[in-house]
Design a protein around this ligand. Structure first.
Ligand SMILES: [Zn+2]
Length: 293
């Protein structure tokens, strides 16, 4: 029987201040054994430059380090890596500046990385989309020398169809000028609704693990977005369900999360918190599923 130290947590709200989010994380560590968190570094709905307090970030970094809590930030939803520079030069520059500020804030908080969605296209030309993502990454990574990495997240399928398959993520990483500055975030809900993780089929989870290993994906996964789903496999619809209440079977989750490849990865819930307990029922379910009470 494999034993593990579980690393789980959730997305925490800032309510305007990093300190609020980190104090909440400390409370959840005490109450629920949380050891990793995610928060928005900037305003999630804007790529404009963000006013932030370096002093507050330094206080948070200290608190998190002392508590041994691993931190990740999530980039603004509107940040799109697949901007075609000659069509939208100003938007491209604004996006690059926003991504750079995301990295600077993540570093100031002591975060391991910034989760960034793979990229969105409104046209049909996927190859152009990949090229545009590479242009953006090659604009930022050569001039970024901090320790936070860009963590590309697999998508549900509603973004012009990009960023679903392992090979898209691993090839972008390989083709980028500085692959060492890129890692991955694996979202279980997105993997299921996109059709990548065939959790309902016999052998579907084993196949997912094997395929990820063949593409060299798992070693670069720095965190898991542990979301269940309300939507059917292959629907490409991104609606998270609380862990254990959606349609992905608990047996499939268990097989995935106890695999050699995912055993020690931090697991972040991105589901709606309920009441003052937030996610207590989900973590309870997770601990009992993975035999750690
Ligand atoms: Zn996610």
């Amino acid at each position: 029987m494999k034993t593990r130290q579980l690393h789980y947590g959730c997305h925490v709200k800032k309510h305007g201040s990093f300190i609020h989010a980190v104090d909440e994380a400390l409370r959840l560590q005490e109450a629920e054994g949380v050891s990793c968190i995610q928060l928005f570094g900037k305003n999630p709905r804007s790529i404009e430059q963000h006013q932030w307090s370096q002093r507050d970030a330094a206080i948070c970094k200290d608190k998190l380090q002392q508590a041994g809590i691993r931190c990740f930030t999530h980039s603004a939803y509107v940040l799109n890596l697949a901007i075609h520079v000659s069509d939208q030069p100003e938007w491209f520059q604004k996006t690059a500046a926003s991504l750079m500020q995301e990295l600077i804030i993540a570093d100031a908080l002591g975060a391991q990385g910034v989760v960034v969605h793979f990229g969105t296209i409104k046209h049909q030309n996927k190859l152009q989309g990949y090229q545009d993502i590479l242009t953006m990454l090659n604009t930022i990574t050569p001039v970024w020398n901090g320790s936070a990495r860009i963590l590309l997240e697999n998508q549900a399928g509603m973004h012009g169809g990009l960023g679903i398959m392992f090979e898209e993520l691993t090839n972008i990483r390989k083709l980028c000028m500085h692959p060492e500055k890129i890692g991955f975030c694996f979202d279980t809900c997105h993997a299921y609704v996109s059709g990548l993780w065939r959790a309902d089929e016999a052998g579907g989870t084993a196949e997912l693990l094997k395929s990820g290993a063949e593409h060299g994906f798992w070693p670069h996964v720095e965190l898991i977005h542990l979301n269940d789903t309300l939507e059917a496999a292959g629907s490409k619809k991104d609606r998270h369900a609380r862990f254990g209440t959606g349609i992905i079977s608990q047996a499939a989750f268990k097989e995935l999360l106890t695999s050699e490849e995912l055993l020690h990865k931090p697991m972040i819930l991105e589901t709606e918190p309920i009441g003052p307990q937030l996610h207590a029922d989900e973590w309870e379910q997770l601990r009992s599923l993975l035999n750690e009470k």
